[in-house]
Design a protein around this ligand. Structure first.
Ligand SMILES: C[S@@+](CC[C@H](N)C(=O)[O-])C[C@H]1O[C@@H](n2cnc3c(N)ncnc32)[C@H](O)[C@@H]1O
Length: 199
């Protein structure tokens, strides 16, 4: 929801993106909201690495979009058959993942999968919303991304309209610990600046 709010507040990002990919979509709230906002829902591919979860994703897509223009729903387990997936769907300008990084072992396959499937445009980006956990703290997510060649920028919740209010309202409320530990990260590919041999 937090990540979707960020994208909805920058709807030009979704509208200009050729291809939007969601990893670990689960029930699909993020992908569904972004698909509604981007103007081309058929350009959104929502994925998950569990077939039983995808059944729910698919039902939610069908409940919210007509057959003639709806996101697709595909099996994708990070690090597995990513080349085949790329052959079928190509690359994506916007990759999104909400609350999917809770296993330390999943960090490397997650980022290598994104690296393979994200387009090479300078504007291409990965947005991740992550809850700080003792076994996958924020710094480990940044570090794993950097190791795979990504530059990370933090997007504070306070800067996301809608979240700022939620965050303030729950600041002293122990019933909302997840929101207090949440962070949105934007990852873009590090660019290698080559020296000019003629200079
Ligand atoms: C906590 S749920 C979050 C679902 C949804 N993004 C949300 O925010 O409601 C995490 C999802 O990530 C998927 N997932 C976890 N590890 C995965 C992996 N290695 N490959 C693909 N999907 C994975 C799970 O199947 C699950 O649906």
């Amino acid at each position: 929801m937090v990540l979707a709010l960020h994208v909805l507040n920058h709807s030009e990002v979704a509208r200009k993106s050729e291809g939007i990919l969601e990893l670990g979509a689960g029930a699909g709230v993020t992908g569904l909201l972004v698909a509604k906002a981007c103007g081309r829902p058929a350009g959104v591919v929502m994925t998950d690495g569990e077939h039983h979860v995808l059944e729910l994703t698919r039902r939610n897509i069908e409940a919210n979009f007509n057959e003639d223009g709806r996101p697709s729903c595909e099996y994708l387990r990070w690090g597995e058959n990513v080349g085949e997936f790329k052959d079928k769907f190509g690359t994506f300008d916007l990759v999104m993942a909400t609350d999917v990084l809770y296993c330390p072992e999943a960090l490397e396959p997650f980022f290598t999968t994104v690296k393979e499937l994200m387009s090479s445009k300078p504007s291409a980006q990965l947005l991740v919303s992550h809850t700080n956990r003792s076994y996958v703290p924020h710094y480990k997510v940044r570090k794993a991304g950097s190791k795979c060649g990504f530059k990370c920028t933090d997007i504070p919740l306070q800067s996301i309209p809608g979240c700022a209010e939620m965050s303030r309202a729950t600041a002293a409320d122990p019933r909302h610990p997840l929101l207090q530990r949440m962070q949105v990260f934007r990852f873009t590919l590090k660019r290698i600046i080559k020296s000019d041999p003629s200079s």
